[in-house]
Design a protein around this ligand. Structure first.
Ligand code: PLP
Length: 358
């Protein structure tokens, strides 16, 4: 039996997709072997990777001036590849510090050059996205980097800075969960394992002209140009992960695309926040204007009750609700694959738990 899985990542995938992958696992389209046993240069996988890219382009309305790449190493390798490829000598790289993942990106950029942190919500325990109007921006910076959704702290940008320099976003935990205007960005990246597939592959959407900046002496596998020139097939790519992205993006198209998915995500998060706000039992540390529609964090009156909550929820088939080890509390990650029904079951459980324990 499938449970409702609130894990932050790797996370729940659509049940229909899991079943389709199972169905064709050892015999893909009557070829007598599974897709991960096929050559990455054969006809079967060529169709898979081309369709995965086409689906992402269609769903996000991505223009030809952008490349869509599949790269191993997760979002964390992008923390390093971005400054390695896009730092302009003599300028600083700008970063908004809105949580642990922003801080991890900043750490890597500092190995490469001068970093300027344009805003930070660290002093208030990362409970908000700092007001964009007050950021200190430099029109000569190499780029401006933001983290569109802060997985651990439950915050999310609901509008993006109007940047004069190339805007770069780590969208790992809200990628393809809502309609975004890709043209606002020069580079978008996301580890697949939150919204669109398994771990082992990251999607990078990059304005092709940016690679002019890449230093010639950068090793081949670290250059964006290598992936652009080879359609992400310079070496053996993570074929199974790309295949899963293809299936998940097929599923997203069937659901009606990003606008339809966003409507469901809005309904899910609104219902959950309403339940948290209703009484005194549950509380949310995040400023209302910055609340995430993907990772809903909340507290109970005591840590002992939080522990009990997680345990009893699990017994009811609601798993993965424990907050990140660095912050504690409860976190419900409700990515695209989580149906409204799962959130409704969680809300029923929350109401019953409150009644029994307050
Ligand atoms: C999970 C996550 C990462 C790290 O992703 P990896 O693929 O494990 O490197 C980076 N940024 C954000 C916002 C995340 O949620």
């Amino acid at each position: 039996m499938r449970v409702f899985n609130f894990n932050p990542g790797p996370a729940m995938l659509p049940t229909e997709v899991m079943e389709q992958a199972q169905h064709e696992f050892s015999d893909y389209h009557k070829t007598g072997c599974g897709i991960m046993e096929h050559s990455h240069r054969g006809a079967e996988f060529t169709e898979v990777i081309e369709t995965a890219e086409k689906n992402i382009r269609e769903l996000m309305n991505i223009g030809d001036e952008y490349a869509v790449l599949f790269i191993q190493g997760g979002a964390s390798l992008q923390f390093a590849m971005i400054p390695m490829n896009l730092h302009v000598p003599g300028t600083s790289m700008e970063y908004a510090d809105t949580g642990a993942w922003s801080a991890a990106a900043i750490k890597e950029a500092k190995f490469i050059g001068d970093v300027k942190v344009v805003c930070s919500s660290k002093d208030t325990k990362y409970n908000k996205i700092p007001d964009i109007r007050h950021w200190k921006l430099d029109a000569k910076a190499s780029y401006l980097h933001i983290t569109s959704n802060n997985t651990i702290f439950g915050t999310q940008y609901h509008s993006f800075p109007d940047s004069k320099v190339p805007l770069i976003a780590d969208m790992s935990s809200d990628f393809m969960s809502r309609v975004v205007d890709v043209d606002q960005f020069s580079l978008i990246y996301a580890g697949a394992q939150k919204n669109i597939g398994p771990s082992g592959v990251a999607v990078v959407i990059i304005k092709k002209e940016l690679v002019k900046r890449t230093p010639a002496n950068l090793p081949t596998m670290l250059k964006y140009g290598t992936y652009i020139d080879s359609n992400s097939l310079y070496n053996t790519p993570p074929t199974f992960g790309i295949y899963m992205i293809r299936l998940v993006t097929d599923w997203m198209k069937k659901k009606g695309g990003l606008a339809a998915i966003e409507t469901i995500n809005d309904a899910k998060s609104e219902a959950l926040y309403e339940t948290i706000e209703e009484g005194e039992f549950y509380s949310n540390p995040v400023e209302p204007a910055s609340r995430s529609k993907m990772n809903v964090v909340f507290r109970l009156p005591s840590e002992a009750l939080e522990e009990k909550f997680v345990k009893e929820a699990k017994a009811k088939g609601l798993i993965g609700l424990k907050g990140h080890r660095s912050v504690g509390g409860i976190r419900a990650s409700i990515y695209n694959a989580m149906p409204l029904e799962g959130v409704e079951k969680l809300i029923d459980f929350m109401n019953a738990f409150e009644k029994a324990n307050s």
